[in-house]
Ligand binder design. Structure first.
Ligand code: SF4
Ligand code: SF4
Length: 109
């Protein structure tokens, strides 16, 4: 069957059972507040580096939850650790400390 003028896009399904959760569990041990994140996006909207780069803590947390470490690090690698996101987080998550822990766990072996 051809000639419809469109094709199916590849599936973006994520099988969480296939993902290694070791680092994510380590992050939860160090920063249990990460589980409080409700993905509101206030941190991203107020991010100092977000104007010039794709820095987004919200996106990084969502990717880390899905075990997509590589994609997550794209959203935090340009963080300036200014702490502005901490001031706006409605869940009072110490985002600056969380960002430090993320970089410690996900970049060191
Ligand atoms: S600490 Fe990082 S993520 Fe938070 S506002 Fe500053 S640059 Fe953005
Ligand atoms: S501001 Fe806080 S609750 Fe909202 S997405 Fe960022 S870390 Fe999560």
């Amino acid at each position: 069957m051809t000639g419809f003028g469109y094709s199916l896009t590849p599936s973006s399904r994520i099988n969480l059972d296939d993902k290694d959760k070791e680092k994510w569990n380590k992050l939860i041990d160090l920063e249990p507040d990460v589980l409080k994140c409700m993905a509101c996006g206030s941190c991203t909207a107020s991010c100092t580096a977000g104007i010039f780069t794709k820095t987004s803590l919200r996106s990084a947390i969502l990717y880390l939850q899905n075990g997509q470490e590589k994609q997550a690090m794209e959203y935090v690698k340009s963080c300036l650790l200014c702490g502005k996101c901490f001031m706006v987080c409605p869940r009072a998550i110490n985002t600056r400390h969380l960002l430090l822990s993320i970089s410690k766990i996900y970049t060191l072996k």
